[in-house]
Design a protein around this ligand. Structure first.
Ligand code: VGL
Ligand code: ZN
Length: 200
């Protein structure tokens, strides 16, 4: 059992990121049962949920652009995605087999229509907080294990932000799956390691 200061952060294990979902991550469903078993090792489990309003600015359908292309937003480059994880939709629900009972906290992100939020800590403007940092600090949690979807986007951005905030961060890739567009997985693994994240 991990000590009480060490939490498990489960990123975006939602239907739209699993096979047949709107933004399916290959074999995303394979990590659900292993993550459920991993929860037994942690006294605190926190889940995140990608949670976009209809017409979100990260959707290609909101622009004249193709999914997986990129555009310049006021806060920098933004990859455009198929419509996914729309608030209240089946696609936004957690995978039916994910053990959500163990969650102390569910952090929703990506609800700002104008700014995407890959990270569980900050929106993609890198400044607007979700509140997760304060939640963890006030509970005395300083060490995090991250798992979930997708390795190269939401897991990556969450892990790097957590490390930069001073948390001791480990990403367990056995419990993650990647989107991997244009080398994004390799870039994410390199970037996480450079930020001081233990990638195992
Ligand atoms: C994610 C792309 C768009 C993720 C969320 O959970 O990694 N990726 N929204
Ligand atoms: Zn999203």
């Amino acid at each position: 059992m991990q000590p009480v200061n060490h939490a498990l952060l489960v990123i975006d294990v939602q239907n739209d990121f699993c096979p047949n979902g709107a933004l399916a991550v290959a074999a995303g469903n394979e990590i659900v049962a292993p993550i459920n078993r991993l929860m037994d090792d942690y006294q605190s489990v926190i889940l995140t949920q990608d949670w976009h309003p209809k017409g979100h600015s990260s959707f290609a359908s909101s622009h004249t652009a193709d999914p997986f292309s990129a555009i310049e937003m006021p806060y920098g480059s933004q990859t455009l995605w198929p419509d996914h994880c729309i608030q209240g939709s089946d696609g936004a629900d957690f995978h039916a087999d994910l053990n959500t009972t163990r969650a102390d906290m569910i952090v929703r992100k990506g609800y700002n229509p104008a700014v995407d939020s890959y990270s569980a800590f900050f929106e993609n403007d890198q400044t607007t907080p979700t509140g997760l940092e304060g939640y963890l600090r006030t509970r005395g949690i300083d060490t995090l294990t991250l798992v979930g979807l997708a390795t190269d986007f939401c897991v990556n951005f969450s892990a790097v932000d957590a490390a930069q905030l001073g948390f001791d961060v480990m990403v367990r890739t056995y419990f993650c799956r990647a989107i991997d567009i244009d080398g994004s997985l390799d870039a994410a693994l390199t970037g996480m390691r450079a930020a001081g994240v233990k990638v195992v």
